[in-house]
Design a protein around this ligand. Sequence first.
Ligand SMILES: NC(=O)c1ccc[n+]([C@@H]2O[C@H](COP(=O)([O-])OP(=O)(O)OC[C@H]3O[C@@H](n4cnc5c(N)ncnc54)[C@H](O)[C@@H]3O)[C@@H](O)[C@H]2O)c1
Length: 252
Amino acid sequence: MGRLEGKVALISGGASGIGEATTHAMTGEGARVIVADIQIDRGKALAEAIGDAVLFVRHDVTLESDWERTISEGQQRFGKINVVMNGAGISLPAPIDQCDFDHWKRTQSVNSDGVFLGCKAGVKALRAAGGGSIINISSTMGIKGSSIFPAYCASKGAVRMLTKSVALHCAEQQMNIRCNSIHPGVIDTPIMDPFVAPGSTREESLAGFSSLHPIGRIGRPDEVAHLAVFLASDESSFITGAEIPVDGGYCA
Ligand SMILES: NC(=O)c1ccc[n+]([C@@H]2O[C@H](COP(=O)([O-])OP(=O)(O)OC[C@H]3O[C@@H](n4cnc5c(N)ncnc54)[C@H](O)[C@@H]3O)[C@@H](O)[C@H]2O)c1
């Protein structure tokens, strides 16, 4: 028996990076997964590669109507939803004196509003299934500041505190719904592509980030996916409202 046998997970941002690795890890443990993402080609290719255990739905996390439609399609296909992972996110550097208002608003819209909508829709769907687990992907930058990412830091700090509020409400109301945040350090995914310098290899360009992590390297998406599997599983049944770094000691 897989550790997630019988469970159905919805993963926003599931077509790439950490979400894609989590889709592989969760289906590998017996879950069925709704991959919800704006990247249609990547999402379809992932669903085809894994097979019947994955449903891809084109989904924009900033639209409340997309949450309603995606959850309804997922419930029709798999019967229920037990896990919602809010993984979709964007990240571009712009220090405060270069960060225009549109950049700020777009970052909050995807990273913060998108997680709010995912928690709201997720609580409703999980209640209908008798309970479950919400997993919000924040960041080390939701705990520790960074001078070049003010909009991103603010959006990820919002996710960190939203998570605790959702966790406390669900616990107080005895909903059997847990809600936790994961705080990755720098992870080698497509979100890091803008940092690959022309004329340098990916390894050379990203090597500079290694020193942020006492462990001496950046992380891999599967290292975050392992924690997501644990939080989705009944092994984490007494864990809620927690903020858990996967960061090689970055925030220690
Ligand atoms: N890679 C890192 O270093 C790192 C570190 C800390 C936190 N994170 C967070 O991890 C999460 C996953 O990022 P990743 O590193 O896998 O990057 P990624 O770019 O590979 O994946 C992000 C996914 O989100 C999707 N997405 C973006 N906007 C969307 C929208 N409006 N609606 C639906 N989907 C949308 C993208 O299409 C993409 O598939 C993000 O929330 C990111 O902020 C990443």
